[in-house]
Design a protein around this ligand. Structure first.
Ligand code: PMP
Length: 387
């Protein structure tokens, strides 16, 4: 247990709630969940399912109808051909990480993964005794990586490569050409790619590209996706992986030893989410775009902050090295002095130091208020430095 990590978003949320209990006002830009309600048609489908008796255990691998729907959806959106035998439905996107890494990794195996990145990747690599091989993400490349560095980090011991695009915490996108070249590098290697595509529907410029769609990659790739972000369903706990059947068999075993199955009525709601009208998703992404433009513009007005325009997800990841403060200190100051909850970039790995993550899954009015609070706080710290 000393090797397993945590996710700081949940920690900061607890601190922010404690401040609110003391009567302080806090704007929440820390937690990565859409602030929109789950679309009404999806809620109704869930309620209907409960009324119809979808209240019992179901198949461990997932509701067969939902698995069909997911296989068709992934085939259509990724330009590949997959059947339901490759689909495992689990309670959220995270369990796909947990189960597939647990199934595949052993001490001595190397895992190449993005840094800064979603903290659970590194946590699980360390927990399982595998060797973390971080790939630095580069601000000037839209927070993608350098392919030569990537190639240099691959070795005979590389068992898994983790990709995420669009990414948390940077909002960055891996360019399609880089994914193609990466596929060429990996095609003949004995590696598995864990491709975290949970933000694939939240892209502002360009289309999602899955490494699974390149020649020879389908049987090496685990696509991780789910309902949390796209359909504002974080609390329903519904996600899935699409993977080679030999890995699916391992995931089913781990599921039967842990959850037995994913909640039955939740899965019926998932069928409606994927097959029903998609206008709530379109409206959500349009609103996120407005907020992205507002927060990036506002952050760039603050002395010491430099913020690139994220291409996807709902995170802004400004470089704050110009403030002269370590990012943990700055994140604490913003929470305790300005009442703006955000995350220290260093919590996403060593290469996140010097950055702060703001989730802009909050109203435009709250984002404007947060920006004005940060601006005022920055005037105070500028005065204290000069005096
Ligand atoms: N992958 C990434 C990159 C994420 O940011 C998150 C959620 N923050 C997840 C996976 C997990 O999603 P879920 O809540 O569905 O488990």
């Amino acid at each position: 247990m000393t090797r397993i990590g945590i996710e700081s978003a949940f920690e900061v949320l607890v601190k922010a709630r404690a401040l609110e209990k003391q009567g302080r006002s806090v704007i929440h830009l820390e937690i990565g969940e859409p602030d929109f309600p789950t679309p009404a048609n999806v809620v109704e489908a869930g309620q209907r399912a409960l009324g119809q008796g979808w209240t019992k255990y179901g198949p461990t691998q997932g509701d067969p109808e939902l698995r069909e729907v997911i296989a068709a959806y992934i085939s259509r959106t990724r330009g590949i051909q997959v059947g339901p035998e490759r689909v495992c439905v689990v309670p959220g996107g995270k369990p796909i990480m947990f189960f597939t890494m647990m199934a595949l990794l052993e001490p001595g195996d190397e895992v190449v993964y993005p840094n800064p990145g979603f903290p659970i990747y590194e946590s699980m690599i360390n927990f399982l005794g595998a060797t973390p091989v971080p790939i630095p993400l580069i601000e000037e490349r839209g927070f993608s990586f350098d392919l030569n560095t990537f190639e240099a980090r691959l070795s005979d011991r590389t068992k898994m490569v983790i990709l995420v695009s669009p990414a948390n915490p940077t909002g960055g996108l891996v360019p399609a050409e880089d994914i193609r070249r990466l596929a060429e590098l990996l095609r003949h290697r004995d590696v598995i790619v864990l491709s975290d595509e949970i933000y694939s529907r939240i892209i502002y410029d360009g289309d999602p590209v899955s490494i699974a769609s390149f020649e020879g990659m389908l049987d090496k790739t685990i696509i991780l996706d789910g309902f949390s972000k796209t359909y504002s369903m974080t609390g329903w706990r519904l996600g899935y992986g699409v993977m080679p059947t030999w890995i699916a068999e391992a995931v089913v075993k781990l599921m039967v030893n842990s959850n037995s199955c994913t909640a039955s009525a939740t899965q019926r709601a998932g069928i409606e989410a994927l097959t029903g009208p998609q206008d709530a998703v379109t409206a959500m992404v349009a609103e996120f775009r407005l907020r992205r433009d507002a927060i990036v513009h506002g952050l760039n007005q603050i002395p010491g902050f430099r913020c690139a325009l994220p291409a996807g997800a709902f995170y802004a990841f400004p470089n704050v090295s110009g403030t002269g403060m370590p990012s943990k200190e700055l994140a604490d100051l913003l929470l305790y002095e300005a009442g703006v909850a955000c995350l220290n970039g260093g919590a996403f790995g060593a290469h996140g130091e010097g950055y702060i993550r703001f989730s802009y899954a909050n109203s435009l009015a709250n984002i404007q208020e947060a920006l004005s609070r940060i601006q005022k706080a920055s005037e105070r710290w500028a005065r204290s430095v000069s005096s």
